[in-house]
Design a protein around this ligand. Structure first.
Ligand SMILES: C[S@@+](CC[C@H](N)C(=O)[O-])C[C@H]1O[C@@H](n2cnc3c(N)ncnc32)[C@H](O)[C@@H]1O
Length: 233
């Protein structure tokens, strides 16, 4: 079995039952998702891609906020996609949101959606579950339009929270195959440099979550900062 097929099987196993309570339970600890959606600011008539869209919760919320914009999502789990499709249909948004099964580390948006570049691409609490997460970041840059923007939110390193909380959280996340990426800032900065994009990086809630934005147009405005010197949002 390929690594991607193995990941699909694992994600289906994790989410087969979880998907039914996912949105209700995750709202208490996947923090920073709504902040990311509010800041998306896609252009009118634009196209937005979520990589690792899960139940479609973010896509639905973003589509309601940004009328006239088309939304796309990929996920490796067919179980999650089943829930996403049902929720999108119930929300009456099937005409504006399309989802497909694919691996974040290697997919062809042209084949999946007949669209080669997006105005906005985002990953929300997904990189921490993807073993080849560095490739997923490179793929995300490849899908961006020339004035597009990439947004990321995920678990941080809990750097300004009590050590005991941090150890307990990391152990609990590991039981769900979630591994917060300590090197996220460094890897994103290097991937951005290779792609010719500027990167801004902001810890949230004392490092509980990390969020980043990278873009070609925003290059001049994006600060290159270290985690230690970054002010919290
Ligand atoms: C914690 S959930 C986040 C879902 C959604 N983005 C959110 O913010 O609620 C992680 C999602 O990433 C998906 N995922 C994991 N590995 C993936 C991969 N290699 N390619 C695409 N999706 C993947 C999982 O199936 C799951 O739906």
């Amino acid at each position: 079995m390929s690594a991607a097929a193995g990941s699909g099987v694992l994600m289906d196993r994790i989410y087969r039952h979880q998907r039914h309570i996912y949105d209700f339970t995750r709202k208490y600890y996947l923090l920073g998702r709504d902040r990311l959606i509010e800041r998306l600011d896609p252009p009118p008539g634009g196209a937005v891609l979520e990589i690792g869209c899960g139940t479609g919760r973010n896509l639905i919320r973003a589509a309601r906020m940004h009328e006239g914009v088309r939304f796309f999502g990929i996920d490796i789990s067919s179980e999650m996609l089943e829930t996403a499709r049902a929720k999108i249909a119930r929300a009456g948004l099937s005409g504006r949101i399309a989802v497909a099964q694919a691996d974040a580390a290697a997919f062809d948006p042209e084949k999946l959606f007949k669209i080669s570049a997006f105005d906005r691409v985002f990953l929300s609490y997904t990189l921490s579950m993807i073993p080849p997460w560095r490739q997923a970041i490179d793929m995300a840059f490849r899908c961006l339009d020339e004035d597009g923007r990439l947004s990321i939110v995920d678990f941080g390193q809990q750097e300004r929270l009590p050590r005991i909380f941090c150890s307990a959280l990391l152990a609990w996340l590991a039981s769900f195959h979630v591994e917060p990426r300590a090197e996220l800032h460094h890897v994103l900065k290097n991937a951005g440099a290779r792609a010719g994009a500027g990167v801004s990086f902001t810890p949230l809630y004392r490092g509980y979550a990390w969020t980043a934005e990278a873009g070609f147009q925003a290059k001049a405005n994006c600060q290159r900062v270290s985690i230690a010197s970054t002010a919290e949002a």
